[in-house]
Design a protein around this ligand. Structure first.
Ligand SMILES: [Zn+2]
Length: 99
């Protein structure tokens, strides 16, 4: 019953990213970033990023960016709208990863 060496196998540690401040595409500042519990095709945790430069043209991200830009995040009467937009953005982002 010796110790088994399992170095370099499939259990190599995952790289973990916590709320990176910059966009992985353009290096700009992120508005929001979420690490999902689901993995992408390469087995890495899906990391959704919202960047005002890269994502403004995307319908769901653009709508959420406009909500933030018009102070939706500070207006409790618009919270429901924000939640709906956030869900749409999450769904669109996950769809890009095949979910
Ligand atoms: Zn960007």
């Amino acid at each position: 019953m010796g110790a088994r060496a399992e170095r370099g196998g499939a259990d190599a540690p995952r790289r973990t990213h916590r709320q990176p401040a910059s966009c992985s595409r353009c290096g700009g500042e992120l508005i929001a970033s979420h690490i999902m519990t689901q993995d992408d095709a390469a087995g890495r945790p899906i990391h959704l990023q919202m960047c005002s430069s890269c994502d403004a043209e995307k319908p769901a991200a653009g709508a959420l960016l406009r909500w933030f830009a018009t102070d939706g995040g500070r207006d409790s009467s618009r919270a429901e709208e924000g939640v709906r937009l956030l869900l749409e953005w999450t769904k669109a982002g996950m769809a890009e990863h095949g979910w």
